[in-house]
Design a protein around this ligand. Sequence first.
Ligand code: ARG
Length: 413
Amino acid sequence: MRSTVVLAYSGGLDTSVCLRWLQEKYDADVIAVTLDLGQQDDLKEIGKRALLLGARNHYEIDAKEEFVSNYVHPAIKANALYEGKYPLSTALGRPLISEKLVEVAEKEGADAVAHGCTGKGNDQVRMDITVRAMNPALKVIAPVREWNMTRDEEILYAQAHNIPIKPSRSIYSVDQNVWGRSIEGGPLEQPDTEPPAQVFEWTTPAEDAPDAPGYLDLEFFEGIPVKANGNDMSPLDLIQFVNKFVGSHGVGIIDQIEDRLVGIKSREVYECPAAVAIIEAHRDLEKLVLTRHELTFKAGVEQEWAWLVYSGLWLEPLRLALDQFIDTTQRRVSGNVRLKLFKGGMRVVGRSSENSIYRQGLSTYSKGSTFDQKSAVGFIELWGLQSRVAASKMKRRKVTKSGYPREKAQAIR
Ligand code: ARG
């Protein structure tokens, strides 16, 4: 009996070659699935392409809103940046794509799901883990991992099998959704070389950005942006608007050496205008309303959250537990932040909140201070107590660096 395989199909080179390959090597009926995560591709075209390449059926699933509410919003609350820079745009999309593949596979009674991830990256880990956690009976096929073709060989395979491709775009591997664009491959593999301008699609080159600064006012409610420049917007519209606005000022490019889960270091280039602006603003607002104790502890939680999501463990119970902690902190994270953008630069220039714990009376250097400066003396006395005692001991040079009496240390040596 012919097997049925549900393939995550983006319409690009890898997954187009996969579609053919599954029919050829596995003698499988292929059902192609394309999710709309806000990547701005023409899904109708992609569907036509899938059928042209012999897919039995094509599913087009609009998951944009679900992606924003269930994946991007928790990432905003977590200020999620892997290795301090990457907003996890690709990483957040993978579990949702996997979830939808499983749903279609169950509906169609398929034997397996397939994806176009390579054996060198993080995406295979994210997808395999999520699919297998959701339905252990489904087989996962990753043709690219099995066939071990280079990108050039894929292009040859495509030409030999009448798979239409755009060779100019095919040197790069691009993944995009509403939270960002990831660009890899080709000349970007030289970490010492500036990315060619043509890889960027969402950001204006800083030198061509407007000559006047742009201001972006973001209003947050319980950790989530709800208004941009004074306008109520749906969660999805807001992110799309911010992408355009921030990108037009040349802000949003990330260029970093990244540690992949499988141990490879790679040069990654991203365009994530909305993500960098929203996280910058959100983090700033948190500084206004949360205590230093909350902020310090949350910074550790954020790192762990980003690591779990990057490393494919979206479904890990720890991630859910961290979300509970984060959500508790976010109840007070409501207010406004103003960002100033100018020719590739961005900075927060103002913030306000009903829940602000900033008190000008306490911080002012001018008249009207409510802070009793005399109380600082007693505070300093106690705060520095142990450090002072230790310092005085070391000064007398009677002790080694580790604090051990010199004579005794010598006797032992
Ligand atoms: N390094 C990023 C990540 O692991 C981006 C991966 C991009 N994927 C791609 N197909 N180009 O999340």
